[in-house]
Design a protein around this ligand. Structure first.
Ligand code: HEC
Length: 153
């Protein structure tokens, strides 16, 4: 009976691991989708607090900032494996192989991005547009510094 239960647990764990294990192409699709969705939400905040071509709506800005923070906090690092760069997948991806030669730097940039995204979500809870604009600029700068370093043109 005990052996049977252990066997059942092992089988369950194995099937969970199999589901979590994405193929390289699936990792690329998932991370690109995450970036695109963040980008769309960044655009909403920009329109309201930077360009001013949409009226400021604190609830909408907070919703957009929460999405960006949630994606940033989701553990996207798991979608980066060394067999998913331009070296293996060509034009399917823009991840430079250099990412894996500079993992400390990549981790530092990722962490800065996380901190900035959480800060934006935090200030977006209030209606201080100047503070939101500043935090938005800080997030954008962390997006850019990672792209400059690790995203192919
Ligand atoms: C830790 C590094 C890093 C950070 C931080 C980062 N990006 Fe990226 N981004 C990448 C890489 C690498 C790619 C290329 C992914 C691929 O093609 O597989 C990418 C791709 C993209 C794309 C193109 C997606 C597609 O469909 O090809 C957009 C849009 C984007 N990022 C927006 C953003 C925005 C907006 C932020 C900040 C809110 C951000 N990124 C933060 C590294 C980063």
């Amino acid at each position: 009976m005990k052996a049977l239960m252990i066997g059942a647990v092992a089988a369950l764990l194995a099937s969970t691991a199999a589901q979590a294990q994405l193929k390289p192409e699936e990792m690329v699709e998932a991370r690109q989708a995450g970036y695109q969705f963040m980008s769309w939400n960044m655009g909403k905040i920009k329109a309201q607090v930077v360009d001013g071509n949409e009226p400021f709506d604190q609830a909408k800005v907070a919703a957009a900032a929460n999405v960006i923070a949630a994606i940033a906090n989701s553990g996207m690092g798991a979608l980066f494996s060394p067999d998913t760069t331009t070296a293996q997948l060509g034009e399917q991806t823009r991840l430079k192989p250099e990412f894996f030669d500079n993992l400390a730097e990549a981790g530092r940039l990722g962490k800065e991005f996380n901190t900035a995204a959480n800060q934006l979500a935090s200030v977006a809870q209030g209606g201080d547009q100047a503070a939101i604009k500043k935090a938005f600029g800080d997030v954008g700068a962390t997006c850019k510094s990672c792209h400059d370093k690790f995203r192919a043109d």
